[in-house]
Design a protein around this ligand. Structure first.
Ligand code: A3P
Length: 319
């Protein structure tokens, strides 16, 4: 399918023979992303008041989700509908023990996707959804019908955060920090969601469209008030000073950690599923890469980054 924004090649879904990671025309995806989920994007019913938070992983997805959720709920975190809200549209909402271990097992159980789509389809408006899918795999009419907030983060902190989140798990095995950073640069180990550069640039190219707001993680950190106001204006929900202050406090690293912790405790107590992700709340600062990058690694990274950025006008703040 070709439209102004999307060009899909869905039939090319296959598995990497070495690692069993599903891939679409060379794009690696976590193994809980089903072919069905990707196919569903093509006919997914986008609503005019949907808000999508689109990111390359580890770029501040949950932070922006919370900001958007708070803006739409007058700054009260307890009013956010987290049942459907915190789930990626391309992800299936499963307990970790139910995630298929192999692609074969996954394809043998396609129906496990159904409950999640049901939840999303039945969710009341306005829905706020996150997705890491690159632009060409998102619903084709997404920008004509809904609003998308894209968040980009400097790639050194992205890969650093990736390692802190997934290092020493099945995603990277026993790969060292340096190996993971080099894999990020050279697109080895089937880095999930593919090339950071391609992901970011596809959204950057669309930044002047009315229904996309392109934000940088570092800007939100340095100018939170201005950033929240910008998102609120984009969503057509200007905030009173009182609500702005509430959104500011509740979306801060401390405020969000508290919200997530309380949600987790409540869910555990009531035996319910918890849709917040306390695990993503690591440190929440910029420039963490400096603590881990060696001089040599940094030189390699800068060389790659310089070449990639040569013909672009996007600029990143690494501090
Ligand atoms: P670090 O691992 O660098 O600390 P994602 O949601 O895309 O997975 O991104 C996770 C990153 O966002 C983590 O970065 C996490 O700490 C950071 N983060 C989450 N909430 C934040 C907040 N309120 N303020 C700043 N950073 C936040």
């Amino acid at each position: 399918m070709n439209t102004k924004y999307n060009c899909k090649a869905l039939s090319s879904f296959s598995s990497c023979s070495n690692c069993k990671i599903p891939s679409i025309v060379g794009l690696s995806l976590p193994n809980w992303v089903l072919e069905l989920s990707i196919d569903a994007m093509e006919t997914f019913q986008v609503r005019h008041d949907d808000v999508y938070v689109n990111t390359y992983p580890k770029s501040g997805t949950h932070w922006m989700l919370e900001i958007v959720g708070l803006i739409l709920n007058d700054g009260y975190p307890e009013r956010i509908n987290r049942t459907a809200w915190s789930s990626c549209i391309e992800m299936i909402d499963l307990g970790i023990n139910k995630i298929p271990k192999t692609r074969k097992e996954e394809l043998a159980n396609p129906m496990i996707m159904t409950p999640f789509l049901d939840v999303v389809e039945r969710a009341p408006s306005p829905r706020v959804m996150q997705t890491h899918l690159p632009w060409n795999l998102l619903p084709p009419d997404i920008l004509q019908r809904a609003k998308v907030v894209y968040v980009a983060r400097n790639p050194k902190d992205v890969v650093n955060s990736f390692f802190n989140f997934l290092g020493h798990t099945r995603a990277f095995g026993n790969a060292s920090y340096d190996q993971v950073v080099k894999a990020f640069i050279h697109q080895e180990y089937n880095f999930r969601y593919g090339s950071w550069f391609d992901h970011v640039m596809a959204a950057w190219e669309l930044r002047d469209e009315d229904n996309i707001l392109f934000m940088f993680y570092e800007d939100i950190q340095k100018e939170p008030v201005k950033s929240i106001e910008k998102v609120a204006e984009f969503l057509g929900r200007p905030l009173s000073e009182e609500t702005l202050q509430r959104v500011l406090e509740k979306s801060s690293f401390k405020g969000m950690t508290k919200t997530y912790r309380e949600a987790k405790e409540k869910a555990t107590k009531n035996g319910e599923a918890d849709f917040t992700v306390l695990d993503v709340m690591k440190k929440g600062t910029s420039g963490q890469w400096k603590e881990r990058f060696t001089v040599a690694l940094n030189e390699d990274f800068d060389e790659w980054f310089g070449k990639k950025m040569k013909d672009t006008d996007i600029r990143f703040d690494f501090e």
